[in-house]
Design a binder for this molecule. Structure first.
Ligand code: KE4
Length: 427
């Protein structure tokens, strides 16, 4: 695969940008080799600077649920930007976005826009601590909630990909306030809350884990956490930065019928522009400045161009049947990959939720982080490159989920499965 121009760009980038990238997971560190540099994207496809075309199963890590460069999204951005890029005073689109999110997510009586998922989650934790007066938080091993100090403890995504147990620079005094639980372990959660439940300000979870590959909750597990939090006065926070508006229009909270106290969002509601949001119970959100004392702010929060891109994307995904079609496509892809692996005699399994999936080089089922870690990551890395050579771009880590969009049609799935049949036979 021709990569001269990507190589030149990466060589220059390495001199000036840590690891040559502006976000670690893009660096191909765990799969090996050098990242390609994108030139443009359209629908289900990425095109790199050397003229290679890839069916893209990363979709900018979630925002591109309606495909790259969707005309309706681009038109909305083009129209909005002509009136100015940022005002620093309220604008109508921020109200429209708040109305859309609170209508789609009934658990969100109020919502605050921010500029990234990280800002959303660290703000939600601050609200939980400020509202309860408690300091401890609970997260789950392998879950990733952005790079806020409190979360870089046994985190997933790039932290897991790079094998960093915790990040230097996070004071032990702060890290010690973050308790971690194994995902999908009912008894461990009950035991922890029995011991220190009264000290726990907030529990934050990816309701479907998308940052330790893709792991689904066991039946009743999220309800179990809901009951524990209610009993102990702990704020239940669903981090739906990835799952929100994807696994169902109303996210995992709709899919599993759970009402969290706070939720965090990002990605899709920005349509590719920098965005995040947190929201939930009115009695909690009303404590956020300036209506209450819990401070949080942002120069570009609610930026009109980001709002326009997000609202156009929400319009597209609210179309009747959008998520049902996304779910069908996800199953067709994963069923086809499993069949191809079986034909080649390769131990392989998938996990799936509408619009997102996990690939594992091991027999199923995969229900815990330990299960995910027991996958043959060396084989995944060889598969990743074999697929890339054949024009299919999977997430460049065995500890990331894959993403489908409405632009992944029959042709894209057929191309992917043909590439996989060849790739599996050469592993
Ligand atoms: P950002 O700060 O990257 O916008 O969002 C952080 C975040 C929070 N919560 C969840 C559940 C997330 O998945 C993320 C970010 N996801 C990663 C992909 N695993 C972003 C990719 C990257 O780090 O470059």
């Amino acid at each position: 695969m021709k990569n001269d121009r990507s190589h030149d760009l990466f060589t220059r980038a390495l001199e000036l940008i840590p690891g040559g990238v502006n976000s670690p997971v893009r660096a191909f560190k765990s799969v090996g080799g050098e990242p390609f540099f994108a030139a443009r994207a359209e629908g289900a496809y990425l095109f790199d600077v050397d003229g290679n075309r890839f069916v893209d199963y990363v979709g900018s890590w979630g925002p591109m649920i309606a495909g790259h460069a969707h005309p309706q999204v681009l038109d909305a951005v083009a129209r909005t930007m002509r009136d100015g890029l940022s005002f620093g005073v309220p604008s109508a689109l921020e109200v429209t976005m708040a109305e859309a999110i609170t209508q789609i997510m009934p658990s969100c009586e109020m919502v605050r826009m921010v500029n990234s998922g990280t800002e959303a989650t660290l703000s939600a934790i601050r609200v939980a601590r400020g509202a309860t007066g408690r300091t401890r938080i609970v997260k789950f091993e392998g879950c990733y909630h952005g790079h806020g100090d409190s979360f870089l403890v046994k985190a997933g995504s790039g932290v897991m990909t790079l094998g960093l147990p915790n990040s230097p620079g996070v004071p032990a005094a702060l890290a010690d306030l973050t308790l971690t639980l194994p995902y999908n372990d009912f008894d461990a959660a009950t035991k922890l809350f029995d011991e220190v439940g009264g000290e726990i300000a907030g529990l934050i979870i990816e309701p479907i884990v998308g940052n330790a590959n893709c792991i689904l909750p066991r039946d009743g597990y999220l309800q179990h956490l809901r009951e524990l939090c209610t009993r102990h006065g702990t704020v239940l926070i669903f981090d739906e930065v990835m799952t929100g508006f994807r696994v169902a229009l109303g996210g995992a909270q709709q899919l599993y019928g759970i009402t969290p106290d706070l939720s965090t969002f990002g990605k899709i509601i920005g349509g590719g522009m920098p965005v995040g949001a947190y929201g939930g119970r009115r009695d909690l959100m009303a404590q956020v400045a300036p209506s209450g004392p819990i401070y949080q702010a942002g120069t570009l929060s609610g930026n009109p161009v980001a709002m326009a891109a997000g609202l156009a994307t929400l319009d597209l995904i609210r179309a009747p049947g959008f998520h049902a079609a996304l779910e069908r496509g996800t199953h067709r892809l994963c069923d086809g990959l499993e069949a191809a692996a079986r034909e080649a005699g390769i131990a392989f399994t998938t996990t799936r939720a509408p619009g997102m999936f996990g690939l594992y080089f091991r027999e199923g089922p995969v229900k815990t982080f330990e299960d995910a870690k027991a996958s043959d990551t060396a084989r995944f890395n060889r598969f990743f490159h074999a697929m890339l050579e054949r024009g299919v771009y999977l997430a460049p880590s065995a500890f990331e989920a894959g993403f489908m969009s409405s632009a992944h049609g029959d042709a894209e799935i057929a191309l992917t499965l043909a590439a996989a049949r060849e790739a599996f036979t050469n592993l």
